[in-house]
Design a binder for this molecule. Structure first.
Ligand code: PAF
Length: 285
């Protein structure tokens, strides 16, 4: 498995694969890979002849006061995970390789990016769309793989691909959790021992909301309040948002009668964690 650092080196490799009629899958990541990322790579390997994993901490998706400089990095370990999962190549560019000093072109979106995480991270999705768009142009994959844990990101990328006519299939993959229910995230590495225990409140609060829906509750406000109430029982938790939204438009819903996304963002100490579940909807039973 190769580690490639420049676009110039990567393009001929992709062209060679293409000339052999091979299909290409892309797994975009910011590195510090965990079992969630590995599940994306394994799926991509099962569906494509060649798989590129991009490993790039993308500066344009971090706000001024966010954790760009401290974001965990470990290329050696990432390469081992990629190799074990069967990836063909890791693309690990430096920021200067991806962004010219006078780079001034961005991909942005009018809706879908304003609510949920977009409220407290107003430039985040512009950075995500821009880098994913660049990776799509560089790698020209047939399929690209994203985790459902970043549900808003997945919806945004699906919309970008539709709106800008990328001929790429976007494959959403299920959330991978630790044995105790905490959704896997590179940012879990920031949690101290007490915070790690406190972080379980995200999953248990969502489980409460999901149970209410499964038992027939359709009033989104009641479900939202129950999730919020449970989150507020944890002294180390500070809620950023709890929202029940339409799974596709990401607009808030009053009734959970169509497919919905229940999404939360919560600070545990200084660490902002997100989690969610989807619910198929349907009339109250
Ligand atoms: O989900 C992530 O890790 C990042 O947002 C992505 C899609 C790799 C873009 O930098």
């Amino acid at each position: 498995m190769q580690i490639i650092k420049t676009v110039e080196e990567l393009r001929p490799i992709i062209q060679e694969w293409r000339s052999q009629g091979l299909s290409v899958g892309l797994v975009p990541t910011m590195g510090y890979l965990h079992a969630g990322h590995k599940s994306l790579i394994v799926k991509a390997v099962s569906e494509n002849d060649r798989v590129v994993v991009s490993d790039f901490v993308n500066p344009t998706q971090f706000g001024a006061n966010e954790d760009l400089s401290t974001y965990p990095r470990d290329l050696e370990r990432d390469a081992a995970v990629c190799q074990e999962a069967g990836a063909s190549l890791v693309f690990h560019p430096e920021p200067e390789e991806m962004y010219a000093p006078d780079s001034c072109t961005f991909v942005d979106m009018d809706s879908l990016t304003k609510g949920l995480c977009g409220k407290s991270r107003p430039t985040h999705f512009r950075g995500v769309c821009t880098v994913v768009c660049k990776l799509f142009h560089i790698v020209t994959p047939d399929r690209a793989y994203f985790g459902q844990k970043d549900a808003q990101q997945l919806a945004v990328i699906r919309r970008m691909v539709r709106d800008l006519n990328f001929g790429i299939s976007i494959v959403g993959c299920p959330i991978v959790r630790e044995a105790d229910g905490l959704a896997m995230s590179s940012r879990n590495a920031y949690l101290g021992e007490e915070e790690r225990k406190a972080a379980l409140i995200l999953h248990s609060s969502l489980a409460l909301g999901e149970k209410m829906l499964e038992e027939g509750e359709r009033d989104a406000r009641k479900v939202r309040e129950a999730i919020l109430g449970r989150l507020n029982t944890e002294p180390l938790a500070r809620v950023d948002y709890v929202e029940l939204v339409d799974a596709e438009s990401l607009e808030p819903v009053e009734k959970a009668e169509k497919p919905i996304l229940a999404a939360i963002a919560v600070y545990i100490g200084q660490t902002r964690l997100i989690d969610n579940f989807t619910f198929a909807g349907g009339q109250q039973g």
